[in-house]
Write a protein that binds this ligand. Structure first.
Ligand code: ATP
Ligand code: MG
Ligand code: MG
Length: 587
């Protein structure tokens, strides 16, 4: 494999490996706590990263960037990446999402703990430890129970440039705090009546350090721990602890968490001091999230598209969800290539959608079998067929499955008196530079013969119903003398005798605006009204064997995938446009 371009994360990891930063990590906790740690004894020479989705929706292309980054770094440096469900928020989570996320990560080609069937990590497994960590902070004077209302807490927290105001409950003794915190745990207080806060610095220039809440009361059934808890840790408290318990070395997140890093460090330093965690603790690094043009990636907005029936579901081929991209024909190879190509940086920027499409086109070009399909069929009649070839005769043609992969063999199909061609391949009066069918012009039927157009039959409305041409004998592709008649145009076609009907879904971008939700715009208003056009096509007979999810290049048209949901092999052919042959959008 070619050497990957370096980036700031690779440089940090290489330096840590060279300096043995994590090799000397000392576990100071009790043997009971050790059980919480990453399965087995961590190899201190290894780096550990993690991908920590919240199981509250389907993953999208932005998550793919994070997955490829975290799992890719672990793979490249002989380390491990943990798939961890950040399931500390009981109300919003669901096992449907858990399973979909597991599938997606595996599909992208990654495993965790060296085996894709190993159980992923889940934050809720650490609730007992988190509770003990919170009691430790209380006992050590680093946390207190605050009975101010949510509103009072917000106001007293102050604003940038204006210090916060101490809570009247801030001076409670550790013993008082411990007693009340235990009452919170035991269900003796109402939801929302009090929170546990870290005691740090109400005058800190960083608002996140002004005594952030770390535990709240919430009577909610958790999809994993059921009704065991009525208090739940806040994300900002839980996340660093999850990282530390799993002995993550490099905790990589998006830039918006940069302001949280001081609390991340503060919390882990306190717990290391208290002997609850190993030292040195993990370190957080931030990178720029993916912003992709013509796409929205907020889970809330994607959910709105689904629930308002703007798309057919989370896996609609126009969705930037990974299940949607997969149904559109995207491959793990294409998404990994995309992640590599866009790289990682520390400043936000926009990636053009065509970069993503380019990765798909490039990977499919290497692998996808070719086929002929007529997407807007009109019948072409070879009027001299009976005298040249014989009435009722068919002539066998063949073509390579892939022009550069001879080992894939040949596809077979027939030509007969009648073939389907693209309506747009005939013009009664040809515009300048048009080399296809018009009266008096010769073209080659690709892999077949040269024909000479004689005219067309039209209906009362002037619409062409049949194009007429004569076959020129001894011009069949691959036969001696085939090139004796020179033509400027080659067209694709499918014989009426063996063509198969297929539904083809021609997808376009879901939005017409490059930044549909920038600056608070209503993204629904920039939905592209023409993002789906369904056509009844005729395809060559080799496609009877196409299985759901198989990808093809329909010659001249682009790359298509047999729909994972609706296509039935040999019976009901349904293809989705994955990406065109060239980047022609907007032209
Ligand atoms: P959303 O904001 O859409 O709800 P999220 O960021 O809350 O998404 P999580 O499930 O918490 O979703 O994300 C899991 C991981 O994926 C996080 O580490 C997050 O940083 C990363 N991630 C999410 N969106 C992007 C993106 N656009 N680019 C890169 N990484 C992302
Ligand atoms: Mg999140
Ligand atoms: Mg988010």
């Amino acid at each position: 494999e070619a050497t990957k371009p370096s980036n700031f994360l690779r440089q940090i990891i290489e330096a840590d490996l060279a300096n043995g930063t994590y090799a000397a990590r000392q576990w100071a906790g009790s043997p009971g706590d050790a059980a919480h740690h990453a399965a087995g004894l961590p190899d201190p020479a290894k780096i550990r990263t993690r991908f920590p989705p919240e199981p509250n929706g389907y993953l999208h292309i932005g998550h793919a960037k994070s997955i490829c980054l975290n799992f890719g770094l672990a793979r490249d440096y002989g380390g491990v990446c943990h798939l961890r469900f950040d399931d500390t928020n009981p109300e919003k989570e669901d096992t449907e999402y858990v399973n979909a996320i597991i599938d997606t990560v595996k599909w992208l080609g990654f495993d965790w703990n060296g085996a894709a069937d190993a159980a992923p990590y889940q934050a809720s497994d650490y609730f007992d430890f988190m509770y003990r960590a919170a009691e430790y902070l209380v006992t050590a004077g680093h946390a207190y129970v605050d009975e101010q209302t949510v509103e009072q807490i917000r106001i007293n927290r102050g604003d940038f440039g204006k210090p916060g105001v101490d809570s009247p409950f801030r001076s409670r003794t550790p013993a008082e705090n411990l007693a009340i915190f235990r009452e919170m745990r035991d269900g003796q207080h109402e939801d929302g009546s009090m929170v546990l806060r870290a005691k740090i610095d109400m005058a800190s220039p960083n608002i996140n350090m002004r005594d952030p809440a770390i535990y709240r009361i919430r009577r909610a059934t958790h999809h994993h721990t059921g009704d065991k808890w009525c208090i739940y840790p806040m994300y900002t408290f839980a996340h660093p602890i999850e990282d530390a318990l799993e002995q993550i070395t490099h905790s990589i997140c998006t830039l918006e968490f940069e302001d949280q890093r001081p609390f991340y460090d503060w919390l882990l330093a306190r717990l290391c001091e208290g002997g609850l965690l190993a030292s040195p603790p993990p370190h957080q690094y931030e990178f720029a999230r993916l912003n992709l043009t013509y796409v929205v990636t907020s889970k809330r907005k994607l959910a709105q598209l689904v629930y308002d029936h703007k798309v057919s579901g989370w896996d609609d081929p126009r969705m930037p969800t990974i299940v949607g991209l997969r149904r559109r024909g995207y491959t793990p190879e294409a998404l990994n290539l995309f992640a590599e190509r866009i790289g990682v940086t520390k400043s936000d920027s926009w990636i053009d959608y065509s970069t993503l499409e380019g990765c798909l086109r490039e990977t499919l070009d290497h692998s996808a079998p070719r086929a002929m399909a007529v997407l807007d069929p009109v019948k072409l009649v070879l009027t001299n067929w009976n005298s040249v070839m014989g009435a009722g005769q068919l002539d066998a043609c063949s073509a390579p499955v892939h022009p550069h992969l001879p080992e894939l063999g040949k596809r077979q199909f027939n030509i007969g008196k009648e073939v389907w061609i693209e309506r747009g391949d005939y013009e009664e009066t040809p515009p300048k530079g048009f080399f296809r069918l018009f009266p008096g012009n010769k073209v080659r039927l690709k892999y077949g013969h040269v024909i000479s157009c004689t005219g067309a039959v039209k209906d009362a409305d002037g619409r062409v119903t049949e194009v007429h041409a004569e076959l020129i004998p001894d011009t069949k592709s691959g036969t001696p003398g085939a090139d004796a008649v020179k033509v400027k145009g080659v067209i694709t076609w499918v014989a009426v005798a063996d063509g198969l009907p297929a539904e083809v879904r021609m997808y376009d971008r879901l939005f017409i605006d490059a930044q549909p939700d920038a600056g608070g715009k209503d993204f629904i208003e920039s939905l592209n009204p023409n993002s789906l056009k369904v056509v009844q096509a005729i395809v060559e007979p080799s496609l009877a064997a196409a299985k759901a999810d198989d990808k093809f290049q329909f010659e001249r048209h682009g790359y298509f995938v047999a729909d994972r949901v609706d296509h039935v092999q040999g019976t009901k052919l349904v293809f989705n446009l994955a990406v065109g042959l060239k980047d022609s959008w907007g032209k």
